[in-house]
Design a protein. Structure first.
Length: 476
């Protein structure tokens, strides 16, 4: 290992703020020795003589001055997070106190840790594979229950196990082919292409299944990109306020109040929605309002979900028909708002307009990917909001996500590696169909093996490793 990663590092592992407890973590071959230089226990015991996974009460001192009263946790290699001797000092959580303890550790021989260096050492020392290490970062940054569960599942090795099983199958057949090519007198590969094709087809199916989870995986991790659209005064801002549970957006009777995109993050029954309230879509001569309308159109194109708010107390017009054309091939929920008033627009009217919009822009059935749902609400009275939440959950995850057996690919890097492996295995099948020599099979098999190794970190370069861990928080 590089000398840089065999020295002793230290960092504050809790938020630097006024709190009850602060933790300063130190790991490396000199961790116990450095700790003994500043720790004073009541019984004058040396930490270096104590057993692993024990906690000791005492004080941190420097040049005869008591800095803080602490609890010190000891973990000996290899039974620690990093696989190295590790000391965690639990001190009082004041900003000055934890910084002072870290300063003293550095004074007596520790080096300030780089962002993510503790987890990086866990990876380099074989305690975690790269997919598990990345799951640590995802767990820290998770913003909803599903993201947390997915990260925990990956941290426990769900992705690692699946990838390793596929790689094991690939390397077995690659080794067989290579051995046969080296010793053709004793190993016959006649007809082996048919056997290999069955294996490759099975592996392609497994990778395809993993790739099919990427969209939901991205949504679990990043949230559903949601855009609220509609004509001016349809109740878009009122809907946003109802979902947020607070008066965040300005609501008035003046058409065109919302002129820019207002972005908020909400948690909806364990699902994150990155929600945008947009300017009312209509033909307007107001230059500033027109810019807002253009932004709304752009966001519709990129959104995962459209919430189209219709003022059901007013008749549909050309502006509504334009919106129907924009959303008819998008995953959308059409909300007939103001159900507390006498309504004119009914569900059948919406269905008829959607059919007209589909025919107008010539959408074929196989292109109409997402069913559009319709619900009646009153954003003002907050009625129908619970039904809306259930519809969102059902549209994206069939009403429920289970992490018992299902693996969700939430990492863009993992998705790219899986696609690369899939393409390489497709080339193997092409070579088999063209009756190419067996060494062509092994070349593409090894390409797939290498691509999948990027996920677990077995075939990844040092530069990419450094880039991945540089995104971690300090102290982790």
């Amino acid at each position: 290992m590089n000398q840089k990663y065999s020295d002793t590092i230290a960092a504050i592992s809790t938020a630097v703020s006024s709190s009850g407890i602060g933790i300063v973590r130190m790991t490396g071959k000199e961790a116990f020795e450095i700790a003994d230089k500043i720790y004073v226990g009541k019984k004058e015991k040396h930490l270096g003589d104590q057993k692993s996974h024990t906690i000791h009460y005492g004080f941190i001192e420097d040049s005869g001055r008591t800095i803080d009263e602490v609890l010190v946790m000891l973990m000996r290699a290899p039974h620690s997070y990093t696989g190295e001797d590790t000391v965690e000092i639990n001190c009082h959580g004041g900003v000055y106190v934890v910084k002072k303890v870290l300063e003293i550790l550095i004074k007596y021989g520790a080096r300030p840790a780089e962002p993510g260096e503790f987890t990086k050492r866990a990876f380099l020392n074989g305690k975690l594979d790269l997919s598990q290490a990345e799951a640590v970062g995802d767990l820290i940054s998770s913003q909803n229950e599903y993201a947390r569960q997915s990260s925990v599942n990956q941290l426990k090795g769900s992705v690692k196990k699946e990838i390793n099983e596929i790689r094991k199958e690939i390397i077995y057949h690659t080794a067989f082919i290579e051995t046969a090519l080296d010793d053709p007198e004793h190993i016959n590969v006649d007809g082996y292409g048919e056997t290999l094709k069955e294996v490759v087809d099975h592996l392609l199916a497994k990778i395809k299944k993993l790739l099919s989870t990427c969209d939901n995986g991205r949504i679990i991790k990043e949230g559903i990109s949601t855009v609220i659209v509609g004509k001016p005064n349809a109740g878009k801002s009122s809907l946003l306020n109802a979902l947020l549970g607070e008066e965040r957006a300005i609501v008035t009777d003046i058409a065109g109040t919302t002129r820019d995109v207002l972005e908020e993050h909400i948690n909806l029954q364990g699902i994150s929605l990155n929600i945008m309230d947009t300017a009312g879509i209509r033909n307007t001569e107001d230059i500033i309002e027109r810019i807002g309308v253009d932004k709304a159109r752009d966001h519709i194109e990129k959104a995962d979900l459209i919430l189209y708010v219709i003022d059901a107390s007013c008749a549909l017009d050309e502006n509504d028909r334009e919106i129907f054309e924009m959303i008819c091939n998008k995953r959308s929920i059409i909300l007939l708002n103001k159900s507390d008033l006498k309504t004119i627009v009914k569900r059948k009217d919406v269905i008829d307009e959607l059919e007209l919009a589909k025919n107008k822009i010539i959408i074929y059935e196989n292109e109409f990917n997402y069913a559009i749902r319709i619900a009646e609400i009153s954003a003002k009275n907050e009625s129908g909001i619970k039904e809306l939440e259930e519809i969102v959950k059902e549209m994206f995850f069939g009403g429920e996500i289970s992490f018992n057996d299902e693996i969700y690919i939430t990492n863009v890097r993992h998705k790219a590696a899986l696609k690369s492996a899939y393409e390489s295995l497709c080339k193997v099948n092409e070579s088999i169909e063209m009756n190419m020599p067996e060494d062509f099979y092994s070349i593409d098999l090894m390409d797939a093996y290498e691509s999948l190794g990027n996920i677990t970190g077995e075939t990844i370069g040092e530069d990419l490793v450094n880039e991945i861990f540089s995104k971690f928080c300090m102290g982790k």
